[in-house]
Every structure is written in structure tokens, then in C-alpha cells.
Design a protein around this ligand. Structure first.
Ligand code: SF4
Length: 259
């Protein structure tokens, strides 16, 4: 837009721009509690965004670097699931010394599959979403870095694609902890019964996706990578503890399904 960055909007603040100028109004008394969605750091925000003055691309590289410390493995190449995990894959590569490469390319005409409301459409969307550069991965031990596993729709497909392309071993690394609880603050992720990590342990998930090994970044590793304190973040979907009281879980399609 060419706009000049002034500062971030504060907790509980709305900025009103009208004929009287630029003024802040506050919903309640001012407070300094942030409760920043940590998923913004992991996935939602653009990599060129800054949160609390830090470039997200660098935070994502740091997530990959922490992941390499927590889950090292012998491999020939590190790839990211495009595009959101690329920075974390670069970080994993730099920390581990395993070369970074591209093994998957994204079909830019397919959107985010995890918010498609129907499982059949989600499965089809995943098949159209990624293509393989098989000549680059054939016969190699591959570390695959991704940002999250939500329902487990995409990940088994990625493993399958890499296996068909001739990858010798596939080591999946997730630059976030397991998602065990839904979001109550507007991220239409999934219900608890749909979340893979809410219903399986890590070994069961590894078998389900078909990888040779699987590692998730720890809570402490994530907090270190985003350079914040636990008190200033929302980690609700990773811990089940939310920064404010939340409503009981409701199905987003309840009005469509109830007769
Ligand atoms: S529950 Fe998860 S997705 Fe929702 S605001 Fe908190 S960290 Fe973000």
C-alpha cells in the first residue's frame, strides 16, 4: 500500500480515523496483556510481516533451527511444504548442515484446504495442491518440514507423493507443537474430534502419515523462537489453556445439520 508503519494497535484499542483526525478508543480500561495468537507467527501472517518488531521470516527460521536441535536426523536434503514452511526448512537446514532444496511445488490456483468445510472436497484439494520434483528427491533421505498437522488431510498425501517419487526415507518435522484443542477466537480450524493430535499419540500419528520418523517442536522451543514470553502469547490450541474463559465447543455447521 505504500503506507508508513507507525505502531501496532494495542490490546483493546480501536483506532478511529475520521474528519476529527486519528483517535484511539478503548473497549475497556487500558491493559498491557497481549495474548498474541502464536499461530500468527507459525502460519497465518505473511513472512514479511513484523510482530512486536520482529520479522516473521526470521522467527520461522528460528523455529526450524530449534526443531533441528530437538529432533536431529541423518539425511541428504531438507525440504519445506510450500509455502508457509519454507523459512522453517531453511532454519532446519542451517542448524543441521543438511542442504536445503525444493522437492514440492505448489499449485497456486488451489486455496487453503484445511478451511474447506467438506472432507471430500478437502481430499481433492490436497491432491491438486502439490506437485513433486521427483528427479530431485529420488533415492534420498528427506527431512520434510511443515508448519502443522491439523486433521491429517495433507500430510499422508505428501508422504505418499514423496515415496512414489523414490524418496528413500521421509522424516517429518513440524515447527509447532501438536494441535490438541480447537481455537475459540475466530480461527476456523477444526473441532476437537477432527484434530488428529487430540485423538492420537505421536507414534500413532507417525504410523498414520506413513513417515519414518516424526518430531514436533516443543512449547518451550516455540516460545524461544518467537522471542516472546509465555504470558504474552495465546497457546490455546496447543495446550487447551486459553488466555480468557471460552465458550463450550460448538459445531460450525450446527444450523445446517439440525432439523
Ligand atoms: S487458540 Fe491457537 S489459533 Fe486460536 S488464537 Fe490461540 S494460538 Fe491462535
Amino acid at each position: 500500500m505504500g503506507a508508513e508503519f507507525v505502531r501496532e494497535v494495542k490490546p483493546g484499542e480501536a483506532v478511529l480515523i475520521n474528519q476529527n483526525g486519528i483517535n484511539s478508543i478503548y473497549q475497556k480500561e487500558k491493559n498491557d496483556f497481549l495474548g498474541t495468537c502464536v499461530f500468527e507467527h507459525i502460519y497465518f501472517a505473511r513472512p514479511d510481516s513484523k510482530i512486536n518488531g520482529t520479522l516473521l521470516y526470521k522467527n520461522r527460521m528460528a523455529m526450524g533451527s530449534e526443531l533441528a536441535k530437538e529432533f536431529p536426523v541423518e539425511a541428504d536434503m531438507v525440504i519445506g511444504v510450500p509455502d508457509s514452511a519454507t523459512a522453517a526448512a531453511v532454519g532446519y537446514s542451517q542448524e543441521s548442515g543438511i542442504p536445503f532444496g525444493e522437492g514440492l511445488v505448489k499449485n497456486r490456483y488451489v486455496g487453503r484446504t484445511f478451511i474447506i468445510p467438506d472432507q471430500i472436497l478437502r481430499d481433492a484439494g490436497v491432491r491438486w495442491k502439490l506437485n513433486l520434483l521427483s528427479e530431485l528427491i529420488e533415492g534420498k533421505k528427506i527431512v520434510v518440514v511443515d508448519d502443522s498437522i491439523v486433521r491429517g488431510t495433507t500430510t499422508p498425501h505428501v508422504v505418499n507423493l514423496l515415496k512414489k517419487g523414490g524418496a528413500k526415507e521421509i522424516h517429518f518435522r513440524i515447527c509447532a507443537p501438536p494441535i490438541i484443542s480447537p481455537c475459540h477466537f475466530g480461527v476456523d480450524m477444526a473441532t476437537k474430534s477432527e484434530l488428529l493430535a487430540a485423538n492420537m499419540d505421536i507414534e500413532e500419528i507417525r504410523q498414520f502419515i506413513g513417515a519414518d520418523s516424526l518430531g514436533y517442536l516443543s512449547h518451550d522451543g516455540l516460545i524461544k523462537a518467537v522471542n516472546s514470553s509465555r504470558d504474552n502469547l495465546c497457546l490455546g490450541c496447543f495446550t487447551g489453556n486459553y488466555p480468557i474463559p471460552v465458550q463450550l465447543e460448538m459445531d460450525k455447521l450446527i444450523l445446517e445439520t439440525e432439523s
